[in-house]
Design a protein around this ligand. Sequence first.
Ligand SMILES: NC(=O)c1ccc[n+]([C@@H]2O[C@H](COP(=O)([O-])OP(=O)(O)OC[C@H]3O[C@@H](n4cnc5c(N)ncnc54)[C@H](OP(=O)(O)O)[C@@H]3O)[C@@H](O)[C@H]2O)c1
Length: 242
Amino acid sequence: MQSKTILITGATSGIGLALAKKCVALGNQVIITGRNQTKLDQVASQLGVKAYLADSADLAQLVLLGEALQQDGIVLDGVVLNAGVFYPSSFVETTAANFDETIGINTKGPFFTLQALLPSLAQPASVVFISSIVVTKGFAGCSTYAASKAAFEATIRVLNIELADRGIRINSIRPGITATDIQAKAGMTKEQEMALFESLKATPVGRELNADDHLGAALYLLDDASLALRNAVIEVDGGYTL
Ligand SMILES: NC(=O)c1ccc[n+]([C@@H]2O[C@H](COP(=O)([O-])OP(=O)(O)OC[C@H]3O[C@@H](n4cnc5c(N)ncnc54)[C@H](OP(=O)(O)O)[C@@H]3O)[C@@H](O)[C@H]2O)c1
C-alpha cells in the first residue's frame, strides 16, 4: 500500500504509532492525532507527519479536527480508529464516572471522530476500528472495556449500510494481548506484566504479541485489496481465543 492518505487516531504510542511508522515507510501520507500535545509534537517531528490534537473524549476537539482537515484540504483514503484506553475494574467497584470515561473514549470517541471526518473522506475510503478480543472472550475486570468495544462494533454494522453510498467501508481488528504502554497505563507493575506475558507462552503463537503483529491486518484493510469487505473482523490474537 502506497500513496494513500491515512489518518490514525491515538498514534503517540503502541499499535497506532507502529502503524504510522509503517505507513510512512511504505510511502503514504500519514496524519496522526493524540490527546497529549507534547507526545504528539515528538512523534510528528520524528516521523515527519502532520499532527492534530484531538482528545477522543472531547467532542469540541473532534469537531475542530474535522474543520481543520477541511481547511487544510486533506482528503483521506483511510482512517484508523485506534485511540483507546483500558482501565480494568471489577463490576462491583466500577463507578458511573469510570464507566463514562471508558465509554466516552472507546465508544463515543470513534463514533464522533468518524462523524467529524466524513466530509474529508475520499470515495472509496476504508475505516478500520481497533477493537479487542474482549468482545467475545470474558476477562474479569473488563466489563466496561468489553462493553465499549462491543458497542462500537455493533455501530459499525449499521454504518456500513448508512455510509455505503459514500463508498465507505468499515472493518475491525481484534488484537489479543499485545505488549504496549497500555499495560502500565492499566496500573500493572512490571512483575505483573512479565507474569502475563509468561502465561502467553501457552498460546499457539507461543509469546505475547507486539504492535508490529497487527500491521499486516491493518494494511490489508486499508488497501484496495479489501475493497469488497464490510464489517469483517480480523482476530489477531496468536490463537489465544481458540
Ligand atoms: N495492547 C493490547 O493488549 C490491546 C488489546 C486489544 C485491543 N487493544 C486496543 O488497541 C488500541 C491501541 O492500544 P495500544 O495497546 O497501542 O495502547 P497505547 O500504547 O496506550 O496506545 C493508545 C493510544 O491511544 C491514545 N489515546 C488514549 N486515550 C485517548 C483519547 N482520549 N484521545 C486521543 N487519544 C487517546 C493514547 O494516547 P496517550 O499516550 O496520551 O495515552 C495512545 O496514543 C486501543 O484501542 C486498545 O483498546 C489493545
